[in-house]
Design a protein around this ligand. Sequence first.
Ligand code: GLN
Length: 453
Amino acid sequence: VSSVELTEHFLERIERLDTQLNSFITVTAEEAMTAAKEADARRGRGQASRLTGVPIAQKDIFCTQGVRSSCASRMLDNFISPYDAGVVERFKAEGCPMLGKTNMDEFAMGSSNETSFYGSVKNPWDVERVPGGSSGGSAAAVAARLAPAATGTDTGGSIRQPAALNGITGLKPTYGRVSRWGMIAFASSLDQGGPMAQTAEDCGLLLNVMSGFDQRDSTSLQRDPEDFTRALGNSLKGLRMGLPKQFFAEGMDAGVAAALESAMAVYRDLGVTFTEVDLPNSGLAAPAYYVVAPAECSSNLARLDGVRYGYRCEDPKDLMDLYTRSRGEGFGEEVKRRIMIGTYALSAGYFDAYYLKAQKIRRLIADDFARAFESVDLIFAPTTPTPAFRLGEKTDDPITMYLSDIYTIAVNLAGLPAMSLPAGFVDELPVGMQLIGNYFDESRLLGAAHQYQ
Ligand code: GLN
């Protein structure tokens, strides 16, 4: 098929189905069709690369030139970015038409998409349920086949958790693999962009395009380019997977446990051996994360003051009124909660007690993983404690909401790559399994996922 046909197909599905799902904030139909024509012309000239002509959806956290880049916040509802994010540039250069910008939790803070200024996304498997978050729009769009692939970002689980709840595959790369330039910052030391698609193979193809050194991002990794699809065909015979004993403890949802058991049986048949590994500090991951992430977000969001760009309140009396009302009206509840927690944690008298302590825990968590990877190649874990929960079920209880990421957060604190892939169903709702790799081991992760799929 031509790129024009493909792009038309997905735009038609978006128009027909997304009024119900709300997975897109902005649809860029005209731009997509122009890019599709160019892609077809490029193919005609024999200048196509692997993904030329394949349309994709971009999470609205990525800046896109000439297109609203809202981060699902009222604060940036009127923000038309003057430039493209590094990731967006790369997809444009590849010749991938952009279908639009996907819905998300406001500034990527959330696990259910319910903090979006544009209303929550619905899970396509059951529209009374959440799609997860914060990349819930991307996950729902891919699951409902409104897009063949999408980008996400993962600060504490935001690619893996929605991938699990929507029955798709998502990869959070090693910290530094994917440029953060133009990716609106939430918690800079944790944020990492990555691919979301139906399969591991697709994720590998997407990561080939997305990743690479970017001198505009000071934490970007300078490494030789690799082909992340190179290990897809490798046999898993003799592969050692670790089961973190803290994750498979008492209290795990019975349906999730059963789905993971059957996935493990498949892996055993493929020649994988399982052994227990100890991650003794994993219980400290969520508390440490909820100090580090708010601290960094309070600093990152300080730039949104109603002066330079973004939302500005009406008729400010003076400068202080301009700041306080613009921020008070522009940010939603969850964002404000985190700014306050973070500002407190970073304030002079408390820095050592909270932020510094959380950073020390981070080191302990990274050391736990390093020790585990001395005896195993990959770690096998649940992605989420339960399948998709009901819309509204956890909105009044931030702590319960925060706990939906207990299995994903430690990976971000350590900067490791990890992915979620479908493991089965509980009551007709998808359940994911998580594979965690050592630094730079994305190819092996993708290979292990591909062999299962
Ligand atoms: N749910 C977590 C949070 O609310 C993670 C979000 C993310 O990864 N962006 O912070």
